[in-house]
Design a protein around this ligand. Structure first.
Ligand SMILES: Cc1cc2nc3c(=O)[nH]c(=O)nc-3n(C[C@H](O)[C@H](O)[C@H](O)COP(=O)(O)OP(=O)(O)OC[C@H]3O[C@@H](n4cnc5c(N)ncnc54)[C@H](O)[C@@H]3O)c2cc1C
Ligand code: SF4
Length: 503
């Protein structure tokens, strides 16, 4: 349990989330909806600084190796001002210029813009993410978000492998430029981790479906249940397309190779979270599918911090676990920004995520324990089934046995889980310290990489930045090729509807 003397001071306005005692009993989104009055109040706090560090235009590189501020260069001071002037549609148009998925970032983003906000040096930073949320909600409510179709088609065909935020963004951008885009997804539903991974409480799945619907209406083709490299070989893909974007994510789970790993009741986080979302979607559709892995009445131990660990805590609470503990090897972060995390980069401070607050409300204490090294999974009363986890506390060196009849491994990912495809193309996943402005063309000509499969496990907003940069580079590549098209422009549309850049 974190040391309460170093708990961070609350930085967000108190109205960001629904009360923990209520929300932990349901799977609806944890946030309160966008609030126009709150957005105007927050917008007025923006100082419209000469050098707005919330936008990375200053080129300052933070200690995580990335530019400080918003990774997609959202025009924050501009939409802040427009909101205070009641010019919501223009605010949305500014937002849509740089952000293909504002309904996603305004929910999921950890808001590095707010870490870099100058107001935050002496006070609570401007609630930029809440303003973005209010703009996004208003735009969808008013019907301003419409499919964007190009004025004319180029006749070039691009295949995108993977339909997470990187793939969706690249597809949107390339389609706007007139290229004919097909997105291939091996799962039964498009959306990548936005669909299966991030739980419904953090991103309602109807929002992902709404975005896919908009992109489909804009002319993008989605083919689900197709694993490229297995169902369709790389050679076929290359023969039928002028360029390929690998946006396969980094879904190869890291392993914890300690005694007892094969006991029943020890599972990977993605299996747990995906099963829970599938069951939820089946029940919404009138189905009765129960998740294979269920926490009801169990002592649950989640190994690994981060977003994934937090989402597993929240899921276990909603399933009615008897207890939940979240152990991680890392030391407890400081209560506030320290010398190792200078402004305007991320604060590196201990965060009280939605799930930690919910665990505290349900069981009277924060579920997190730091500096715990798992040593072994121990068999319980039932043969072959886990009953406890043996850990060593790194601060004292002492060992302890923690009871557990469900253990979830949320210890991260090591790279793309798409071996056959990468082997066929001769490319490798994860480029150390890659940035969106770096060349994205992979070893094979006309093959580009974007998102987690290129930069390693990261954030939705970085995936959007990657998708936009990849689209730009693919477009440049296609324009540079004067020779015959690799593919036949079978679906060229000479009379496509006019370009609507403001949708
Ligand atoms: C549990 C969890 C919670 C998270 N919470 C947050 C959060 O709160 N905020 C945040 O910003 N980020 C969060 N993230 C991270 C964020 O979801 C990812 O960084 C982002 O989704 C990466 O996008 P991507 O498009 O690169 O890949 P992904 O979203 O991983 O999508 C890749 C897709 O490619 C498909 N694919 C792979 N290989 C093939 C193939 N050969 N053929 C066809 N399809 C293929 C996969 O099935 C998958 O659907 C979270 C991640 C997890 C796991
Ligand atoms: S996308 Fe993230 S970093 Fe950018 S403005 Fe929105 S909350 Fe801030």
């Amino acid at each position: 349990m974190p040391d309460s003397s170093s708990q961070p001071e609350p930085e967000q306005p108190p109205a960001t989330l629904r009360p923990a005692s209520i929300r932990l009993n349901d799977y609806y989104e944890v946030y309160r909806p966008g609030d126009a009055d709150e957005a105007v109040r927050e917008g007025r706090r923006c100082m419209n600084c000469g050098a707005a560090f919330c936008q990375p235009s200053g080129g300052y590189v933070a200690n995580n190796g990335r530019p400080a501020g918003c990774p997609i260069d959202n025009k924050i001071p501009e939409w802040n001002e427009l909101v205070t002037q009641d010019r919501w549609r223009e605010a949305y148009e500014r937002l849509a210029l740089t952000n293909n998925l504002p309904e996603v970032t305004s929910r999921l983003c950890p808001a590095p813009c707010q870490d870099a906000c100058i107001v935050g040096l002496n006070d609570r930073p401007v609630g930029i993410k809440r303003i973005e949320r209010a703009i996004s909600d208003r735009a969808f409510d008013e019907g301003w978000v419409q499919p964007v179709t190009p004025a004319r088609r180029t006749g070039r065909r691009v295949a995108i492998i993977g339909s997470g935020p990187a793939g969706l963004t690249a597809a949107d951008q390339l389609n706007r430029l007139g290229h004919r885009v097909a997105v291939f997804e091996r799962s039964d539903r498009p959306g990548g981790l936005l669909m299966y991974g991030v739980p419904n409480m953090k991103l309602d799945k109807s929002l992902v479906e709404r975005r896919i619907d908009l992109l489909t209406k804009a002319g993008i083709t989605f083919r689900t249940g197709v694993e490229i490299g297995v169902d369709v070989g790389a050679a076929t893909l290359l023969a039928e397309h002028d360029a390929v974007v690998l946006a396969c994510g980094a879904l190869r789970a890291r392993e914890l190779d300690i005694p007892g790993r094969t006991l029943r009741g020890v599972h990977r986080a993605m299996d747990y979270l995906t099963g829970s979302t599938r069951a939820l979607m089946a029940s919404k559709g009138g189905g009765a599918e129960a998740p294979r892995i269920h926490a009801q009445g169990k002592d649950v131990i989640i190994i690994g911090g981060g977003d994934t660990g937090a989402d597993c805590i929240a899921t276990a609470l909603r399933q009615g676990c008897r207890s939940v503990r979240n152990i991680t090897r890392r030391p407890q972060p400081p209560g506030r920004r320290d010398a190792a995390h200078p402004w305007p980069g991320p604060t590196g401070a201990l965060q009280m995520d939605y799930a930690h607050a919910e665990g505290s409300v349900r069981f009277g204490e924060d579920p997190r324990d730091f500096e715990a090294q798992p040593l072994a999974f121990l068999e319980g009363d039932a043969a072959g089934t886990v009953g406890a986890v043996r850990v060593r506390w790194l601060d004292t060196g002492e060992a302890e046995t923690l009871p557990a009849d469900l253990v979830i491994l949320a210890i991260g990912f090591t790279g793309a889980d798409a071996e056959p495809l990468f082997a066929q193309l001769g490319v490798r996943s994860v480029v150390p310290r890659a940035q969106p402005h770096d060349p994205m063309e992979a070893a094979a000509p006309g093959v580009f990489m974007a998102g987690d499969c290129r930069i390693g496990p990261s954030l939705a907003v970085h995936a959007i930045a990657e998708g936009r940069a990849a689209a730009e580079q693919v477009d440049r590549y296609l324009k540079s090729r004067d020779g015959p098209r690799r593919s036949q422009p079978r679906d060229l549309q000479p009379h496509a509807p006019p370009l609507n850049m403001m949708a």
